[in-house]
Every structure is written in structure tokens, then in C-alpha cells.
Design a protein around this ligand. Structure first.
Ligand SMILES: [Zn+2]
Ligand SMILES: [Zn+2]
Length: 1210
């Protein structure tokens, strides 16, 4: 040390202290590794270091760079936790210049002054060559990257003037160095003997290519230009890479398998002239019939000095994607959307140079260059990227595939590297960025390799992976399972045939001409399925529901004749439904979990963004089973076990119900939206169980699927084992539980009930009651049996009936309980079988109650549908009989409380009775304040699902329970426990009771119009209709002759109060009505005869003009004439028409004349509804046949209401 300091006597104290530190560093960290052949002492080495440092720093003997501290590699990796840069050569101005290059949102790397020296090796330790460069000193090693390197640097002590250090927070620690300026050799070059043969023997590529055609055992030395460099590959423990030397049309592939030569990968680049000595010709097992040159241990790599970087500029191949892309690839865009025809295209190989502007997805190997071009490195092994590919780095790509619009979820232009491509950083990024650490192989890349995905599918997979991570991870999908789930979704959107199934052939991919690899062809913009989040879907529906609203289209043509109240009732409810496929220009898919809502008593689909109600049925209306036997159809579907299954839905209907409060005076004001006083909407999905695709089954679903499989394979033991490793098995405690198996006989509707919280406080709570038949006694279990196969002991014992009460949050079970289905009720963490014993309600005051014993469902209890219980169906005696509509209409013996099924043909909101407050207000109102329907009462017209002529009006009070979604035109419903009533006119109708329950079992077809899909009513003979012998149709078609118009009434009515409206004002006097709005109404009563009998047919306003055969102008003229008096009525007396007042008036005379003319009394075809179902007494009438007179019995003429006049074809 003293000896060393002798040289610096004149230096200041601080300089001398710095010199001591450097000396100590060199002695401890660098000297131990120096080759003995160099023959330097520590002092000599330190002096050599100092001179290089001073020269690099640009300072002459005058000063020393004392601000730079000597840091060993182990200190650097231990202490430096943030990215930094250090430069001996840069001035502050130069550093600022670097920093100025920063991209938006990025900062320049922090500057530190560090003196860094070490030996360059091709591995972290002696004998551990890994093909990359490493800097080593006595205490440690750091991986490093260089823009350009030389094989002459191997093993030499270097000073690194300018570099970046990027720490990586991997568990192994460490980071890597980006060496910006070329390293400076500290020691003079030791003369080494080169046994690889002299360069003068080098043969051309052309000769080498000829040599490869025949076998040759001699060692050869070949020189040529590098045209292809593969990445370093590690396959079954062997590391190697390939390059191709070219000259004109000739090419010579070279395989570098020697461990000690693999660092050459860092020393060569495409376009460079090189010479490799001592190679042998050998054949490749993986590439039959081809010979390659193989590097031997004696081989040497010589950069070809005279032609290097001269004759051919490698960058001349670089393309400008801007000018290239649009014109040559425009055609590919147009047909891209359809999933059925997938367009495939060939990619072209190009070279490209650009600036990395963004890391799109480090794990997936996706980057963005120059702000618009995508780069996919997923087809290359991982070690090739890792370092250097940071935003701000310049990158040069050779032989990458140019893809135009491979996926809607990637930039338009994507450059994809394969095994013949090389991606090289040509300038390291001066920017600081978050460093993402990748494991050895990301799950995405593993999936790519295992499934041999094409690039388009891979890009979709990456999109899907990101989306699932955002929306479902970690709550429903564990992080490590995200890629598995994404892979299953990819399977859903890809047909088997559209997948590339060809295994990758690495040698062919790297070496063969013409080039062939998985990226050679790609699908244009496919798969293009978009995954919307539940929130996105809800947002879309919320805006669509009102933007699609057209008031005038909601009202029928009869609206012109409606009074104010009728009109506003008509507008108060409407529905807009859209298929999911129609919601977006690209196909859509929804991914989420199914859950039960305890506040809505509905099924819901949800992800981390939002929740949406669902109506789920077993089959759509096209499925014939729905209509024939509902209870069997419902059974056998594992509805319960779908809970928390991760599902995807591609086929479903988005339903948007609009509920509005309006006060439009008449239809003429419909264009003025200010008459809408309140509006809100109900949004939900409708789908069939069969349209749900299970992506990740719940534990219970796994059991169900497994048992189904076991039934098929006749119970193999292997299945049992698979069952054990079910994911999400949520009972690690394995505690005891008790269970009860029952069959559901009936369930009541969910309604609000008063429950007492304390002695005098009452609160409203939702609840319902189900009547069940217990199939056996309560069982004790060591483990939760869930929905496993029923055991014989469970059904031993007497079958008893009990009432199961569901209150509060237990109402969530409501959508899953179907009459006829068998369930297992489980109470956890107990061995007490009495908890599931029903109790008889204690009789009060000696009164014996006739009700069943009751059991209150507890929050923590679970229900499981037992899907394999079909055989028990035959014995279902107590399940309430579900009738058809016609049976309800015509059976005289039906009890007052009926259950029936049918298809909704019309839904009408009943007019609010003024001044009556709803007796019960929705409890959910307080929770989501925006959506409440108070006192919502509707009338459903339910058609018999088999015979269209039978229909019944059902009055449903929706205000006593949570809102029932799905009550739409075309939907098949089961109405349970409704009150059958008969009106004064003998019409049968039904009214809901608090216990009534409406369940949707089939979905109608989506059509914005008024359900044209329904079958037309049957053709009826009037005599038959009158006789009442057959079960009377309520609606039918009639073809007959108009005998005469019995009466015709035309009037103007006040739209508000219904009084006569005369000359533009209401005629009401007490109290006066100031309404200025009148509506014209007309009614005609006509006798129609069809040969078999006679009927009285009523025509209302909108059909009268058609009856009288008046065109629009004549009809309006008639209305104008009536306006003067406000009212006119003509009727038949005897054989002529007459009027009580002013019989001479032209209007009256015109009407009398018109009604008795042949224009009106004609052949006609009508659709009619029975006005009254009463079959009155038969009448006795005289009938003349020639000279004889008979007295015959005639059934009374049926009274019909005309719904529609079919235009007569003859
Ligand atoms: Zn390729
Ligand atoms: Zn009035």
C-alpha cells in the first residue's frame, strides 16, 4: 500500500484516502481473479485501473474522479434497490440530455457515481456457462447485457464507464447491468494460442452449402454473412442456438451446442460477417435428411474484419409499417367480424427497428413499439427477453413476422418473433420503469406451448387473462388458476378445427427454407369475442333502455281513442329485449359466477364489478318438454350446485323493463317528454340452463358431474379419487352434521311479512313457506354429504309432511326450489338430530290447528338438489296438480285455489286507484332507494300453451313481494295458488293471493313487435260456439256474413273525466271540468251469421272504421261532424235504422243509409273474443220450411268482441 501511495505523494489527503479505497477494492475484489499469465502485482494492477479510469473520465493527471466510489458487485446487488445509472464519461449536461428523452409518464434513471470493474465471463461462476454475459469479481457476479460484444473480452478485467443497473426484486435477489459504453480492458491482452486453424483456409458459404449435401468428416472453417440467429434454447437440459450463414442463394446452417461457445449468441448479429473455424458436418436427428455445420470445442469465432459493417447495411431491410400497412392489408379488414368464416392470412418476414414505448404485458411477452406497433415475443424462450426490454429502449428485430390485425385486442400491426427471429436491444433505455419479474415460464406461455396456439388465439388468451384477473381474481379465481380459466374460455370461443394442432418442429422452424412456423399463417381478427364485465353490460342496458324508448310505438293504433287514464296506463310499463349477440358489433360473452340474492330472491350473475339479476329456465320455448310435464322437466337439473360455479354465457336475452309514471292528456302529446313524471327500469338477463357453459365447477357441481360420469362408466374407483381433490371444498373442518331428505310439494310466493323484533317493534321481512314431504328420518354424518348420492338409510322411515319456513336471508333459496324436486337439507356443526325435527304449532285455547308441523330454515343451513332422484318421481302424490288454462276455464269441479301453467300473451299495468296508498311498502326500498314499485298491480292474459283459443285473465298484485322479473309476453309461467273467480258475466278469471307464486319456466322469443310468433286462434263455427258443448274457446276466428248493424254509437268524450265533449270543451258542469282534450270513441253492435248460427259482435273504436269501410279521410270527416253535437247514436228498429233525435239530420241519414248498405252488410272474417262465457237459456223460435211451421230450440247467440277484422280476400 505504502509502495503504491509513493506514486501520489503530492495528492491531497482526500485524494489519498480515495486512492487507498480503490487500492483496497482492487486487492480484495479484482486481484484474486487475475490470470497468472498477465503477471501483474496488486500495485501494478491498481495503477493500470487508475489510468483507465482517468482516461475514461477524461481527466488527465491533474485530478482524480474522487466523487466515484469503488463498489464491489456484491455490495451493488445488496444495497442498490432502485434502478440507477452511472457514467464516468457523461457531463451533467449529457445526463440531462439523456433524461430529456423520457417518454411521457416515465422518469429518467437516477444518477449515481460508482466505479464498477469486473471480469467478463459467460456464466455466473467458473464452469457454469449459460450463454449470457456476466460480470464477476471475487465476491459476486451480476448478469449483464451489452449492445455489442466481442469474443475477445471473455475472461478479461474490464472497467465499465457507463451503465445502468436494474435491480429485480426476485426472491433470488440481484438484478442486471446494462452496459452502455463498451467496456475498457484494464490489462493488456495476453497472447493466446489459437488452435482453431487459420483464417486463410476459410471457405465460402457457397462451398459449405455444397459440402453439406454430401457427408464430409473434415473440419471446416466457413466465413459468411449472418442472415438468421435463433434465440438460445434450452431443451431437455441441452442449451444451444442456431445461425445461418448466407451468401447469395446459398445458406449454411450452423448449430452451436458447445457450452463454452454459447456466449457467441451475444457477439453476433444479423447482417454481420463472421468466420467460424473447426466446424464439422453432421446430421440432425430432429431434422431428418438435412446436414448442418456443428461447432466443435476447438472452434473460434472471428469477426470478419474487412467487410464488417461495410458492404451491406443490415438496416436496409427495415420497413416502415406506416406506409406498408393500410394498402396491402385493407382487404383483410372487411370480412373479419364473422365467427363462422375465419379468414386466414400468410404473414411476411420483415426487419424492424424502433423504440419500445410500453410494456403491454410482460408476462405474456407483449410490448408496444413506437406507440403503435405490437411486439409479441411469446414464441421465443423467456431468457431471450428478461432484461433490456424496457420502455425507452431501442430494439432491432430481424426476421419477425408482420401481422396485420391478428386480433382486435392488440395493435393493428403486430410483429411476432419466432425461433428464427432475433430481437436485439440496440440502445438501452435511459428511463426508470417498474421491473416486472417473470418466472421461468409464465402460465400463458406454457399454455401456448402445450396447446400449440396460433398468434391470434394467443393474443385473445392474453386479453382474457387480463380481464379475468381484473374481474374475478382473487375472489372467485385464484391467481394461479387464472390462465387455466382463460384457456377454457378460449376453448369455448374456438372450434376444435380452428386450432392449430401441429406440433412445433424447432429445427425446421429455425433452419428450413422456406420458413415454416406457427406464426406463418394467422387468423385475421379472430377470435373477436368481447368479454364485457357485468358493470359494462349494466351500463349499456341502462342507456339502451331509454334510448330505445319510442312512446308512439308503445301504444296501439287504438291509442287515438283512449282516454287519458287508459293511455297513461298503457305507457306505464314496457319492455325492450335484445339478444346478447345483438348488443355489440362483435360477439359478446359474459363471464361471472352465479349467486343467490337474499334481497331480491332471485338468481344473479356477478363479478367484482357488479351484480345483475337473472331469470334462468330449464329449456327455452322451443323445447317441447316444458309444456308437457313441467314437474319432470324441472327435475334433474343441478340448479343448486350451479351456485358459485364460474360460468360463461353467450346466448342470453338482455331484458330491460321500463316503468314510467306519465300524465299525457292524449296521444297527440306523446312527443312531449315533459309529461313523464317518473321513470325507472328493471334490468336482468334471461337464459336457459343449457346455455350456461361451466368454466370452473363448484364443489357440488363436481360431485354432480362425477356421479353422472360414474353412472355412465359404471362406478369406477378412479372417479372417487378425482373427487377428493375437488377445488374449493369449503369444509376443511370435516365436522359432524345432520341432514334430512325431502321432496318439495309446493312453495308459496315470497312476500313481505310483519315480524316482531321486540315486544312492540315490528319490521317487514321477506319470507315464504314451502310444503315438503320428508322421505325419511334425520341422518347424522361425520362429513358433509353435500349432494352426493342418496343412501338407503336416508329414505327409511315414515313419509311425513311439514311446512318449511324461509325468512329473511333464507329467501335466497327461492329460485332453486321447484315442486317435485328432491333436496337434502343439511345443518352443519351439530350432532343433534332434533334440530331438523318439525314442531307442531301449539294449539291455543284448546283449538286444534290443522296445519302441518313447521320448521324454520336457519341462515347457516344448506340445501342441495339431489339430481339423481328421477325414480322417486313416480310416487309424487302430494305435489300439487298443475292444470292447463283450459282446464281452469272449464272444469266445474276445480277448487277455488288453482295452480296452472300457460303462456303470457299480454301484460297490462292496472290503473292506479286514486288515493289508495299501498298497504305494504317494499322493504328493499330502503336498500336501493331508486327502484321501487309501489302498489304495482298487473293483469296477465295467459293463453293455454296447447290450444291458442283458451285464455284467462290473471290479476297479479306485485306489490306484496319482491319484483318478479320475466313476466313478459311469450313467457311460459306456472301460476301457483291463485284464486279462481267467476265474474257476473260468467267469465272465469284469477286473482293472486298473498301465498300465490308465479314462476317463469320458459322464455318467449325476442321480438320488439307484438309477439307474432304465437299461433293464430282456431276457426270457430258460431253454432258450435253458442252450444257450449265443446270446451268453449275464449278467442276464435269467425267467417260469416253481417246480417245487420244493430246499433252504432259515435261520440266525443272528455279525455279526463269521460263526459261528453262538445265543440272543443267538456260538457261537465258540476264540478266544471276545464279539459280541452277530447277523444273520439265509437262502438258498433252487429249481428253476424255463418250458416251454423248467429252471434252478436261488438266492434270498438279502431275497428268501427274498418267495419264501415271508411278510409282515413272519411273517418276523420265523420269525427268532425260528430264534434258539433258531441254524440250520435243510430240503431235498428224493425227493418230500418233510426235515431232518437234529429232523424232528418244529414249525418244521421248518412249513417242509417251506410249501415244498411251492402258495403257494410257483407261477407267478413273476424278474430273475436267471447264477451261472456255464460251459456244462457235456449230460446224457442218459429221456423218455416215451406208450408210447415216448426217451433225449434235455439241456443242463445254468443256475444263476441271483435279484436281484428281480416281483410277479405274475395
Ligand atoms: Zn416464424
Ligand atoms: Zn271533462
Amino acid at each position: 500500500m505504502e509502495e503504491f501511495l509513493e506514486h501520489f505523494k503530492e495528492r491531497t489527503r482526500s485524494e489519498q484516502r480515495w486512492l487507498c479505497e480503490v487500492f483496497e477494492g482492487v486487492r480484495q475484489q479484482l486481484y484474486p481473479l487475475i490470470s497468472s499469465s498477465v503477471g501483474l502485482s496488486v500495485e501494478q494492477l491498481t495503477l493500470s485501473v487508475l489510468s483507465k479510469v482517468q482516461r475514461a473520465a477524461g481527466s488527465e493527471v491533474a485530478s482524480l474522479p474522487v466523487s466515484y466510489r469503488f463498489v464491489s458487485l456484491s455490495e451493488l446487488t445488496r444495497q442498490q434497490h432502485t434502478p440507477c445509472c452511472s457514467s464516468l464519461t457523461w457531463s451533467s449536461a449529457q445526463y440531462r440530455e439523456q433524461a430529456r428523452r423520457a417518454l411521457p409518464n416515465y422518469r429518467a434513471l437516477a444518477r449515481d457515481n460508482i466505479l464498477l470493474m469486473g471480469y467478463l465471463y459467460d456464466g455466473p461462476a467458473a464452469g457454469a456457462s449459460d450463454g449470457g454475459w456476466w460480470v464477476r469479481d471475487a465476491g459476486g457476479a451480476v448478469s449483464c447485457r451489452l449492445v455489442k460484444s466481442s469474443p475477445l473480452w471473455l475472461g478479461r478485467l474490464m472497467l465499465f464507464p457507463t451503465w445502468n443497473y436494474i435491480p429485480q426484486n426476485a426472491p433470488a435477489g440481484g438484478g442486471y447491468l446494462e452496459l452502455i459504453d463498451p467496456p475498457v480492458c484494464v490489462t493488456p491482452e495476453a497472447m493466446t494460442f489459437d488452435p482453431g486453424g487459420s483464417l486463410t483456409e476459410a471457405m465460402s458459404v457457397k462451398r459449405a452449402a455444397e459440402l453439406l449435401k454430401q457427408r464430409c468428416d473434415a473440419q471446416v472453417c466457413v466465413s459468411g454473412q449472418v442472415s438468421v440467429i435463433s434465440p438460445l434454447l434450452l431443451i431437455s437440459g441441452r442449451r444451444f442456438f442456431c445461425l445461418i450463414l448466407s451468401e447469395g442463394d446459398s445458406a449454411a446452417p450452423v448449430l452451436i451446442t458447445e457450452g463454452k461457445h454459447q456466449y457467441w449468441r451475444q457477439c453476433v448479429c444479423v447482417g454481420q460477417y463472421i468466420c467460424i473455424s473447426a466446424m464439422r458436418v453432421c446430421s440432425l436427428r430432429g431434422w431428418a435428411g438435412h446436414h448442418v455445420l456443428s461447432v466443435t470445442a476447438q472452434s473460434r469465432l472471428h469477426p470478419h474484419v474487412q467487410t464488417q459493417e461495410s458492404s451491406e447495411d443490415p438496416e436496409k431491410h427495415l420497413m416502415d409499417t406506416d406506409s406498408h400497412a393500410p394498402d396491402t392489408h385493407m382487404t383483410s379488414h372487411t370480412a373479419s367480424c364473422s365467427t363462422t368464416s375465419v379468414r386466414k392470412k400468410h404473414s411476411t418476414l420483415i426487419s424492424y427497428k424502433g423504440l419500445i414505448t410500453k410494456v403491454l404485458h410482460a408476462e405474456a411477452g407483449l410490448y408496444e413499439i413506437d406507440g403503435k406497433v405490437g411486439l409479441c415475443l411469446a414464441y421465443q424462450p423467456l431468457q431471450e427477453r428478461g432484461g433490456g426490454l424496457r420502455p425507452g429502449a431501442e430494439i432491432q428485430l430481424h426476421n419477425v413476422h408482420f401481422l396485420y390485425r391478428p386480433s382486435p385486442f392488440a395493435p393493428d400491426v403486430v410483429l411476432c418473433a419466432c425461433l428464427c427471429s432475433s430481437a436485439q436491444v440496440t440502445a438501452f433505455s435511459p428511463l426508470s420503469s417498474k421491473v416486472e419479474v417473470c418466472g421461468s415460464h409464465s402460465p400463458l406461455q406454457r399454455h401456448l406451448l402445450e396447446k400449440n396456439l396460433g398468434v391470434s388465439q394467443y393474443l385473445w388468451l392474453c386479453y382474457c387473462q387480463r380481464v379475468i384477473t381484473e374481474r374475478l381474481c382473487p375472489r372467485w379465481v385464484r391467481e394461479e388458476r387464472v390462465c387455466v380459466v382463460a384457456g377454457r374460455l378460449l376453448d369455448c370461443v374456438c372450434d376444435a378445427e380452428q386450432k392449430t394442432d401441429r406440433k412445433r418442429d424447432i429445427y425446421r422452424e429455425m433452419l428450413q427454407e422456406p420458413h415454416q412456423c406457427p406464426v406463418t399463417t394467422y387468423c385475421v381478427s379472430w377470435p373477436c369475442v368481447v368479454l364485457w364485465s357485468v358493470r359494462h353490460l349494466c351500463d349499456w342496458m341502462s342507456s339502451e333502455v331509454w334510448s330505445s324508448l319510442s312512446l308512439s310505438s308503445l301504444v296501439s293504433p287504438a291509442a287515438a281513442h283512449m282516454t287519458c287514464a287508459e293511455l297513461n296506463a298503457c305507457l306505464s310499463w314496457s319492455v325492450h329485449s335484445v339478444r346478447l349477440t345483438a348488443a355489440h358489433s362483435q360477439p359478446l360473452m359474459l363471464v361471472g359466477v352465479l349467486e343467490l340474492s337474499s334481497t331480491h330472491a332471485t338468481l344473479q350473475i356477478k363479478d367484482q364489478t357488479q351484480t345483475l339479476d337473472c331469470v334462468c329456465v330449464q329449456t327455452d320455448q322451443s323445447g317441447a318438454t316444458t309444456n308437457s310435464n313441467i314437474s319432470t322437466a324441472w327435475l334433474g337439473k343441478p340448479m343448486t350446485s350451479l351456485l358459485c360455479c364460474l360460468v360463461c354465457v353467450q346466448r342470453c336475452t338482455l331484458v330491460m323493463e321500463r316503468l314510467m309514471k306519465t300524465n299525457f292528456p292524449s296521444w297527440k302529446h306523446l312527443d312531449q317528454p315533459n309529461y313523464i313524471t317518473h321513470k325507472h327500469c328493471r334490468l336482468y338477463l334471461q337464459f336457459c340452463v343449457s346455455d350456461l357453459i361451466i368454466i370452473s365447477p363448484s364443489a357440488a357441481m363436481s360431485i354432480s358431474l362425477m356421479e353422472k360420469k360414474r353412472d355412465q362408466t359404471d362406478g369406477r374407483e378412479a372417479d372417487q379419487k378425482r373427487d377428493r381433490r375437488d377445488e374449493g371444498d369449503d369444509d376443511p373442518l370435516r365436522s359432524a352434521c345432520v341432514s334430512l331428505v325431502f321432496r318439495l310439494n309446493s312453495k308459496q310466493g315470497v312476500m313481505f311479512r310483519n315480524t316482531s323484533v321486540s315486544a312492540d317493534a315490528h319490521t317487514l321481512q321477506m319470507g315464504f313457506t314451502a310444503t315438503v314431504s320428508c322421505l325419511g328420518d334425520v341422518q347424522l354424518w361425520n362429513n358433509d354429504p353435500k349432494n352426493r348420492r342418496i343412501q338407503t338409510s336416508e329414505t327409511d322411515g315414515r313419509e311425513t309432511t311439514m311446512d318449511l319456513h324461509f325468512g329473511d336471508v333464507c329467501v335466497r333459496w327461492f329460485p332453486l326450489l321447484h315442486p317435485g324436486s328432491v333436496y337434502r337439507l343439511i345443518a352443519h356443526n351439530t350432532e343433534d338430530v332434533s334440530v331438523l325435527k318439525a314442531e307442531s304449532i301449539s294449539a291455543r285455547g284448546g283449538v286444534k290447528l290443522l296445519s302441518n308441523p313447521a320448521l324454520l330454515m336457519k341462515h347457516q343451513w344448506r340445501l342441495h338438489t339431489l339430481t339423481h332422484m328421477e325414480q322417486l318421481l313416480d310416487t309424487q302424490s302430494d305435489v300439487g296438480a298443475v292444470m292447463s288454462v283450459s282446464k281452469v276455464l272449464h272444469s266445474s269441479s276445480t277448487s277455488e285455489i288453482v295452480s296452472f301453467y300457460g303462456v303470457i300473451s299480454q301484460r297490462i299495468t292496472l290503473q292506479e286507484e286514486m288515493g289508495t296508498k299501498p298497504s305494504i311498502q317494499s322493504v328493499t326500498a330502503t336498500k336501493d332507494s331508486s327502484v321501487v314499485e309501489e302498489g304495482l298491480k298487473i293483469r296477465l292474459t295467459v293463453q293455454d300453451s296447447e290450444s291458442a283459443g283458451h285464455m284467462i285473465q290473471v290479476y297479479v298484485d306485485l306489490s306484496c313481494g319482491p319484483y318478479t322479473p320475466g313476466l313478459l309476453q311469450g313467457a311460459t309461467v306456472i301460476l301457483q295458488d291463485f284464486h279462481r273467480k267467476v265474474s257476473k258475466a260468467c267469465n272465469v278469471y284469477c286473482r293472486s293471493l298473498p301465498i300465490s307464486c308465479v314462476s317463469v319456466t320458459g322464455l318467449g322469443s325476442v321480438s320488439s313487435g307484438s309477439g307474432g310468433s304465437q299461433s293464430p286462434p282456431p276457426m270457430m263455427l258460431l253454432g258450435e260456439w253458442a252450444s257450449g258443448r265443446t270446451q268453449q274457446c275464449i278467442v276464435g276466428q269467425v267467417k260469416g256474413h253481417i246480417v245487420c248493424v244493430l246499433s252504432l254509437r259515435l261520440q266525443w268524450m272528455c279525455s279526463l273525466c269521460g263526459s261528453t265533449f262538445r265543440q272543443g270543451s267538456c260538457s261537465r258542469g258540476q264540478p266544471p271540468c276545464d279539459s280541452s282534450c277530447g277523444v273520439f270513441q265509437a262502438e258498433a253492435k252487429v249481428a253476424v251469421e255463418d250458416g251454423s248460427g248467429e252471434a252478436l259482435v261488438w266492434f270498438s273504436s279502431d275497428t268501427v272504421s274498418e267495419l264501415l269501410m271508411l278510409d282515413v279521410g272519411q273517418w276523420e270527416g265523420l269525427q268532425r261532424h260528430v264534434r258539433v253535437k258531441g254524440h250520435v247514436r243510430v240503431y235498428t228498429r224493425g227493418h230500418s235504422m233510426m235515431c232518437d233525435v234529429d232523424p232528418e239530420e244529414p249525418l244521421v241519414q248518412f249513417l242509417c243509409c251506410l249501415c244498411s248498405s251492402n258495403t257494410v252488410c257483407r261477407q267478413i272474417k273476424l278474430t273475436c273474443r267471447l264477451r261472456a262465457q255464460r251459456t244462457g237459456k235456449c230460446q224457442l223460435r218459429k221456423v218455416c220450411r215451406g208450408p210447415t211451421e216448426f217451433i225449434s230450440k235455439f241456443p242463445p247467440a254468443p256475444q263476441l268482441q271483435c279484436l281484428e277484422i281480416q281483410t277479405d280476400t274475395h
